[in-house]
Design a binder for this molecule. Structure first.
Ligand SMILES: [Zn+2]
Length: 405
């Protein structure tokens, strides 16, 4: 494969098929809240695949390795082309890219509810059970799980298994808060923010697991983010998905080029600074390394989420000297990355639309002037248009109709 300086490959997960399922446990939600309880989930029997998205700026088309291994390019255009109002389009998009990874992106650490377990270093069949907690931490190259036992401390209890406390009754049972100093919870940073907060598990994590009954979400055995089990149970609600994509595009939009900062109006500066902070919260790429089958190393990157990959593609544009702009076409106004200097439109289509509109205005003006009896030579001069063109515009058929409409 041809190597490009800007190419970054990473690893992400997707299912062969997705569907939208109601959260069966939620009370009937009011219609305007319904999309918070409708989750994008793998279809029954869908296959989990690990794929290697390529984070490339828009327009830089990369040749594929082979026809059976198509490049999945992560860039602004892939988000722009997604119609968020069309749920079938969202599902098709997820089949290509997978879910956005909102939980792995916004969560820093997770501490599950402590359970009565044997604890580290105690040889089975140990007759003692200790409060033991599974903790997950996000690292630069992925998630790590650590099991922590509290053996000492004045709040710590232990259970000696005997006839009164049968092993089968107590093993893996949740420890009451009064019997341990270990606390469950998660440290999260909401999307597009730079705040960190400690949150209860059901609120931080539980809402991404629609198949877990709400009353057990505080103490559920959540799988480690990024694990196979995780992907089978994880879901993003339609509302979360839309919020994340819209927020991403909004953050990028605020990074649009405003020229020299010293000449920029205060509101433009405010918007840029806000976009900058939001964008930074999305950047989380770490260099990683991939060992090729022949023993050589190739560069790979670790990301906390698919959102972070999209952010890196924008980062590449910006450091490459390109800028974010609004399409000049009034009905489009889409954000795009300018590939050429002085590019005002997102597409040829938008440029043609405006050219046609400009021409229609000119024709109308030429006819108005002509109607006032102004000679066509003068009209041509006023409108800075060729004489031949003007005479075509003002020419009428024998029935008195305009020839050109
Ligand atoms: Zn446009």
């Amino acid at each position: 494969m041809q190597k490009h300086g800007t190419e970054v490959t990473a690893k992400w997960y997707r299912f062969s098929d997705y569907t939208i399922l109601e959260d069966a446990w939620s009370p009937k939600a009011p219609p305007e809240m319904a999309d918070h309880y409708r989750f994008i989930r793998p279809s029954p029997n869908a296959r989990l695949e690990v794929y290697r998205p390529t984070v490339v700026p828009a327009g830089d088309v990369l040749p594929g390795d082979k026809a059976s291994d198509p490049i999945v390019a992560v860039n602004l255009e892939a988000l722009q082309e997604l119609d968020l109002e069309d749920e079938n389009a969202i599902l098709a998009w997820c089949r290509k890219f997978g879910l956005l990874g909102i939980l792995p992106h916004t969560t820093i650490s997770i501490r599950l509810a402590p359970r009565w377990l044997k604890g580290p270093g105690v040889d089975p069949p140990g007759h003692l059970l200790f409060p033991t907690q599974m903790q997950y931490f996000r690292t630069n190259t992925g998630w790590k799980a650590i099991e922590v036992s509290k053996l000492v401390g004045k709040e710590e209890c232990r259970i000696e298994v005997d006839e009164e406390y049968p092993y089968d009754d107590w093993y893996d049972r949740i420890v009451e808060p009064g019997d341990t100093s270990l606390r469950s919870g998660a440290v999260v940073t909401p999307l597009f923010s730079d705040h960190y907060e400690e949150m209860e598990l059901e609120r931080a994590i539980g809402r991404y697991f629609p198949s877990i009954p709400p009353e057990t979400r505080a103490a559920a055995k959540y799988p480690m983010p990024g694990s196979t089990d995780f992907w089978y149970q994880y879901g993003e609600s339609v509302a979360q998905f839309r919020h994340a994509v819209r927020g991403f595009k909004n953050a990028v939009e605020q990074l649009k080029n405003i020229g020299s900062l010293s000449d920029a109006p205060a509101d433009a500066l405010r918007s840029l600074s806000q976009g900058h902070a939001q964008f930074q919260s999305l950047l989380s790429a770490s260099p990683d390394i991939f060992v090729e089958p022949d023993g050589s190393f190739s560069p790979q990157w670790g990301f906390s989420s698919l959102l972070a990959m999209f952010a890196l593609s924008i980062w590449q544009y910006l450091i490459g000297g390109k800028s974010i702009r609004h399409c000049k076409q009034a009905r489009c106004r889409k954000i795009f990355v300018n590939k050429q200097h002085n590019q005002d439109y997102c597409s040829k289509k938008c440029r043609r639309t405006d050219e046609k509109a400009r021409q229609r205005r000119q024709i109308a003006e030429a006819r108005r002037l002509y109607h006032q009896g102004i000679p066509i030579e003068e009209i041509a001069e006023l409108l800075e248009t060729g004489l031949q063109q003007i005479s075509k515009w003002v020419e009428r058929t024998v029935e008195g109709q305009w020839r050109i409409r």
